[in-house]
Design a protein around this ligand. Structure first.
Ligand SMILES: CC(=O)/C=C/C=C(C)/C=C/C1=C(C)CCCC1(C)C
Ligand SMILES: CC(/C=C/C=O)=C\C=C\C=O
Ligand SMILES: [Fe+2]
Length: 548
C-alpha cells in the first residue's frame, strides 16, 4: 500500500493556513437526564476560547497520509469509510450563508489491519470548477443564488432554473456505494450525482441517468443495498412522488409506482424516506417545496420550502412488488400484503432511521413502524443551520428539541396513523439527528440506532448517542466543545448480535483540531482515535466500502 505522510495540497480561495494548538481532550461519558432548569449557560470565557473548525472552510484542496492511532483498531475492520459534506463555504471574501451551501469535501478513512490512512479532497463538480475559475458563485446552491450583472442575465437565469441549467451539481450531501461497486456522491439535485474513485477521491464523471424521467430533484438519501437502489422523484408539476428502482450495473431508473399528494400545492420535502421488507414508505411532510421561494434571489427563513400545516401530513405505504398504495389485499408468496395511505400528526424530519413491519401472532402484517429524527413539527432547525448562527454561539441552550419520532401506520384500513417518541428524549439530551443503524437490519425489526444527541446547553447536536429502542435507554459520548459527525455503524464480519461492530465518527474539536474516533458498538466506549494533521469541517453522511 502506498502511503504518503506529507501534507500536500493548495490553500483554496486564499484562506490562510492557521496552525492548531496541541491540547489533550477529555472524554466524559455523560448522563443527559438533567432537568432543563438546572442547566447553566456555558461561561463566556469558555465559549470565546473555542475554535470553530467545524464551521470553517477546509484549509486545502487535498491531503493524504497515515495517522498515528491511539488505542487499537480491530484487525477485522478492513475497508474504507467515506464521508461527504459541504466543507468549503467561501469564495474569496464572500462567505456563504447556510451549512448546506458549501462545496463538497469528501474525507476518506482507509482501515487496513489496524492501520489508518486519511485523505480528503474537494469534489470537482461543475459548480465548484466554475466558482474557482470565475471566483464567484455561478450556480444556484441551497440558499445562495448567483448575482446578475443586468436584467437580461436575470431573465436568462430564470429560464435556466426551469431547465435545471442554473441549478447546482455540488454533490455535498452524501456518498453511496452501489451494488456494482461504483461510488456516487449525491445532493438533492439530480444533476449533482457524481462518480468518484474511493481510493484516490478523483472525480471520475457525472452519473448520467439513462431513463427519461426527467425532473430536477430527488431524495438526497436513496436506499442502497446489494440488490437495488431505490429513490423518490418528487413531481412538482402534478404534486406527487415517483418511486423508482435502479438495478446494479445500470443507470436506468424504472418506476415502481406513483403516489399523488393528498394535501398542499406541492410535494413535501423528501430529504430521506424509509423502507420495510415489502414496502416503500413515502412521507408527505407539510414542509413542502415552494415554487415562489425557488424564484427568490434572497433566501427566506425556510429557503426553497414553505410550511403548510393546513395541508396536513401523510404517510403512504407502497407495495414494492406492485407499486400500489390503495388499501387492497394482494397475494404475493402467500403473504397477504396490505397497503395504506394515512394522515399523521404534523412532523418535521430530515432523516428517517429505519422502518419495519409489525406482525400479529399468526405472522400477518398489521402495521408499519417508521422511525425518524423528528423536530416536533418545528421548522426552525433549518434556519438554525445558518453558518452565522453556528459560528456565533454565546453559550445559551438554543438547539431546538428533537426526538426519535415513531410513526405507527395501521394496515387495517384506518385513516389515521400515530406519531410519538420512541423513548424519553431526555435520554439523548433532547437532541436527535444524523442517524445510522446496522445495515443488516434495514427494513427489519431492529433495536439499536446511532445518532447525534445533545449535552445541553448547546446550539448543535454535540454527542454521539447509542439508542436502545427496546429498553428505551441511550448511551452518550461527549467531548466538551467538540462537534462529532454522524456516527456510522460497521458490523463485525460474522457477527450475530445487532450491535457487534464499531461506530466511526469524525470529530472537530474545540481546539481547532480533529480526529477519527472508533467506538465499540456494544459498550459505546472509545477503542481508538487518530488525530488529523489539522481540524476538518463538519461533514454529513458516509458509506462503507469493504476491502474487496
Ligand atoms: C446538504 C444538504 O443536505 C442539502 C442540500 C440541498 C440542496 C443543494 C438543494 C437544492 C435545491 C435547489 C438548488 C433548487 C431546487 C430545490 C432544492 C432541491 C432545495
Ligand atoms: C445537521 C442536520 C441537523 C441537525 C439538527 O439538529 C441536518 C442535516 C441534514 C442534511 O443531511
Ligand atoms: Fe441528510
Amino acid at each position: 500500500m502506498a502511503i504518503s505522510d506529507d501534507a500536500r495540497g493548495l490553500s483554496i480561495f486564499g484562506k490562510p493556513i492557521v496552525p492548531t494548538k496541541k491540547t489533550k481532550t477529555t472524554i466524559v461519558n455523560v448522563a443527559t437526564n438533567m432537568p432543563k432548569t438546572t442547566q447553566y449557560p456555558v461561561p463566556k470565557e469558555v465559549v470565546d476560547e473555542r475554535k470553530l473548525v467545524a464551521w470553517t472552510s477546509v484549509r486545502q484542496e487535498r491531503w493524504e497520509g497515515e495517522l498515528v492511532v491511539e488505542g487499537e483498531i480491530p484487525k477485522w475492520l478492513n475497508g474504507t469509510y467515506l464521508r461527504n459534506g459541504p466543507g468549503l463555504w467561501h469564495l474569496g471574501d464572500y462567505n456563504f450563508r447556510h451549512l448546506f451551501d458549501g462545496y463538497a469535501t469528501v474525507v476518506r478513512l482507509h482501515f487496513d489491519t489496524g492501520r489508518l490512512v486519511m485523505g480528503h479532497r474537494q469534489i470537482e463538480s461543475e459548480a465548484y470548477k466554475a466558482a474557482k475559475k470565475n471566483n464567484k458563485l455561478c450556480y444556484r446552491e441551497f440558499s445562495e443564488v448567483p448575482k446578475h450583472d443586468n436584467f437580461l442575465a436575470y431573465i436568462g437565469d430564470l429560464a435556466n432554473l426551469f431547465s435545471g441549467a442554473s441549478l447546482t451539481d455540488n454533490a455535498n450531501t452524501g456518498v453511496v456505494k452501489l451494488a456494482d461497486g461504483r461510488v456516487v456522491c449525491l445532493t438533492e439535485t439530480i444533476k449533482g450525482s457524481i462518480v468518484i474513485d474511493p481510493n484516490t477521491l478523483d472525480t471520475l464523471e457525472k452519473f448520467e441517468y439513462t431513463d427519461s424521467w426527467g425532473g430536477l430533484i430527488h431524495s438526497a438519501h436513496p436506499i442502497v443495498t446489494d440488490s437495488e437502489f431505490l429513490t423518490l422523484l418528487p413531481d412538482l408539476l402534478n404534486p406527487g412522488y415517483r418511486v423508482v428502482r435502479m438495478d446494479p450495473g445500470t443507470n436506468e431508473r424504472k418506476m415502481i409506482g406513483r403516489v399523488d399528494c393528498r394535501g398542499g400545492p406541492s410535494p413535501g420535502w423528501v430529504h430521506s424516506f424509509p423502507v420495510t421488507e415489502h414496502y416503500v414508505i413515502v412521507p408527505e411532510m407539510p414542509l413542502r417545496y415552494c415554487a415562489q421561494n425557488l424564484l427568490k434571489a434572497e433566501p427566506t427563513p425556510l429557503y426553497k420550502f414553505r410550511w403548510h400545516p393546513e395541508s396536513k401530513g401523510f404517510m403512504h405505504v407502497m407495495c414494492k412488488a406492485s407499486g400500489k398504495i390503495n388499501n387492497i389485499y394482494q397475494i404475493k408468496d402467500l403473504i397477504v400484503l396490505k397497503v395504506a395511505s394515512v394522515e399523521v400528526p404534523l412532523f418535521v424530519t430530515f432523516h428517517f432511521i429505519n422502518a419495519y413491519e409489525e406482525k400479529d401472532e399468526e405472522g400477518r402484517i398489521t402495521g408499519v413502524i417508521a422511525d425518524c429524527c423528528e423536530h416536533y413539527a418545528d421548522t426552525t432547525i433549518l434556519d438554525n443551520l445558518r453558518l452565522q448562527n453556528l459560528r456565533s454561539w454565546g453559550g445559551e441552550d438554543v438547539l431546538p428539541d428533537a426526538r426519535v419520532g415513531r410513526f405507527r401506520i395501521p394496515l387495517d384500513g384506518s385513516e389515521k396513523g400515530e406519531l410519538f417518541a420512541a423513548l424519553n428524549p431526555v435520554e439523548h439530551g433532547r437532541g436527535m439527528d444524523m442517524c445510522s443503524i446496522n445495515p443488516n437490519f434495514l427494513g427489519k425489526q431492529y433495536r439499536y440506532a446511532y445518532a447525534c444527541g445533545a449535552q445541553r446547553p448547546c446550539n448543535f447536536p454535540n454527542t454521539l448517542t447509542k439508542i436502545d429502542l427496546v429498553d428505551g435507554k441511550a448511551k452518550n459520548w461527549y467531548d466538551e466543545g467538540a462537534v462529532p459527525s454522524e456516527p456510522y455503524f460497521v458490523a463485525r464480519p460474522g457477527a450475530t448480535e445487532e450491535d457487534d461492530g464499531v461506530v466511526i465518527s469524525m470529530i472537530s474539536d474545540k481546539n481547532g483540531e480533529g480526529y477519527a474516533l472508533i467506538l465499540d458498538g456494544t459498550t459505546f466506549e472509545e477503542i481508538a482515535r487518530a488525530k488529523f494533521p489539522y481540524g476538518l469541517p463538519y461533514g454529513l453522511h458516509g458509506c462503507w466500502v469493504p476491502k474487496s
